[in-house]
Design a protein around this ligand. Sequence first.
Ligand code: ASP
Length: 307
Amino acid sequence: MLILANVEATNGIKVSAKLLENELPILDALVEGISIVERDPKVRSVGYGGWPNMIGEMEFDAAVMDGTSRQIGAVGALQDSLSAVKVAREVMLRLPHVVLTSAGASRFAKECGFEPEAVLMPDSKRVWRNKIEKTVAPNLIDQFPNIPLAPLSNLITDPERVRDTTVFLGKDDKGDIAVCTSTSGWAWKYPGRLGDSPIPGAGFYADSRYGAAACTHTGEMTMRTSTARCIILAMQLGRSLEDAIKLAIEDLALLKGGFLGGVVIHAMDANENYQVINFNCSETIRYWVWRDGMRTPEQKIAEKHTF
Ligand code: ASP
């Protein structure tokens, strides 16, 4: 058994590990761990502790993927529930669809019993408001947000400073592999923007025959190269885990134009080898790993690749 998660998972991974030891299927164990992260105000990039979009509204992206059936459920720009990963699981379990967004996702969440709740933390609102007051031209501030937002987008969107996601991937003792993600996305993003976290193959992918992969940081890049799927497909074609990640990084490094930044790749193979690679992020990237037999998860530093 193995769980790999990024540093945001601090409190959640312990819960997932305990549940896995108690023989909960891997996908459900990961969902419970992410649910803890989504309600932790100290995690400033996911759920309640996350950041709103450009007009001060929270929009959550989340996904689950069962690597054995390869069923997926995802939500994008979900506004009024902190239980984004659980709503994503319900999409997988109850609907003939894979991804629901915005108003449809909220409606479905309510149908599933997730009542609307307060999702904007007062401190996040304060930081957002300061940013708006510093960025919007003084002659337009009274009309905000009823002004053209596109010109503001490049000035205000803050992917380098205020962003992240939580990703959990793992394998249970039956050999089933799963991956789950959840995020509030880039701070001050254009309303309705989806990142890679709810996009199958970009921010996540799992196949119990080969492994799982999940990405954080610049979703605008991994959506262009289908990074998570690329890694799993490369393993299916016979590459080792290391070579599969190398291929995905080489492909990311060839992107031209658009928003280019750092990407962190978390990946494991079906033999429980794992690797976390920091591609072009200036900061130190930490992550958690837990294997059966360990009392507590161990924190490690991701290997750095710079092009
Ligand atoms: N990948 C996420 C997104 O693009 C953000 C992050 O993980 O930093 O929304």
